[in-house]
Design a protein around this ligand. Sequence first.
Ligand code: TA6
Length: 286
Amino acid sequence: SKGQGGLDTVVLRHVSGASAEIYLFGATLCSYKTSDGAERIFVSPGAIYDGKKAIRGGVPLVFPQFGQPDKAMAQHGVARTAMWTLKSVSDGVDASCATFSLSDNDDTRKVWDHAFALEFTVVLSAVSLKMCLRVTNTGSAPFNFQALLHTYFKIPDIGECAVRGLAGRSYSDKVDNTTKTEGAPHIELPSFTDRVYLGAEPGAKDVLVGSKAGTCSVVAVNEASVVGQAVPCDVVVWNPYEEKSPGDLPPPAFKEFVCVEPGMVGKFYELAPGSSAELSQKIIPS
Ligand code: TA6
């Protein structure tokens, strides 16, 4: 299909009525509607669809670095602004599935001189959407990378939002540049929030997005593995509020999302030639 700005998209539909839409630009998933027609993913009304700038919202794919540790490459790396290829689509009774691929090219090698293959798979069922990013080292030397799924969850009001399931984790608070330990069973985001919660132990971990009142709108099951071995999955929680809203996020749009982002971002991960790593988030709306 053709999405905004005339950019190509793939639309997945499930017999239940659930649907998803992924732009080939950045393999950015920009819509996930449950069978009741409710949109679960946020995209900014100010998003730019020029095929150059990362789409503001959806699930931008972050690789090979998170943030911008140095000036070698753009913030959050190269994947979210590259043109991906649709590798396969399949329709089953249980799920509809699409796989997108991106390999190193002249543009990526200019900023990151390594050979890699990325595969982004979206599995849409009647009751869930699972996204998986697989990183493979296709070169002859090891490389070090970070990866993250930068999911913007659509919510009624950030002021009423509560995120559960992070208790016990150490986190770097990028608002006051301190490291803390999360002691609360749920966190609220009353103001600009930017935290990198480190995974404590390997295995799938649920993070619940809901309201202070106690309702849960979605369970996000986050997990990571390297050469098939589970590793702790970090989780970034972000909302800029007005003070840090970028230009393509005109206030009051910040009120309508919370980012809960599974990542391998607490450190750089080494991948040997021929080896793969996987990062996934399964979204289960309630
Ligand atoms: O989600 C965490 C974060 O690293 C924030 O610090 C903020 O920079 C956000 O990503 C958005 O980054 P972007 O490059 O998409 O504007």
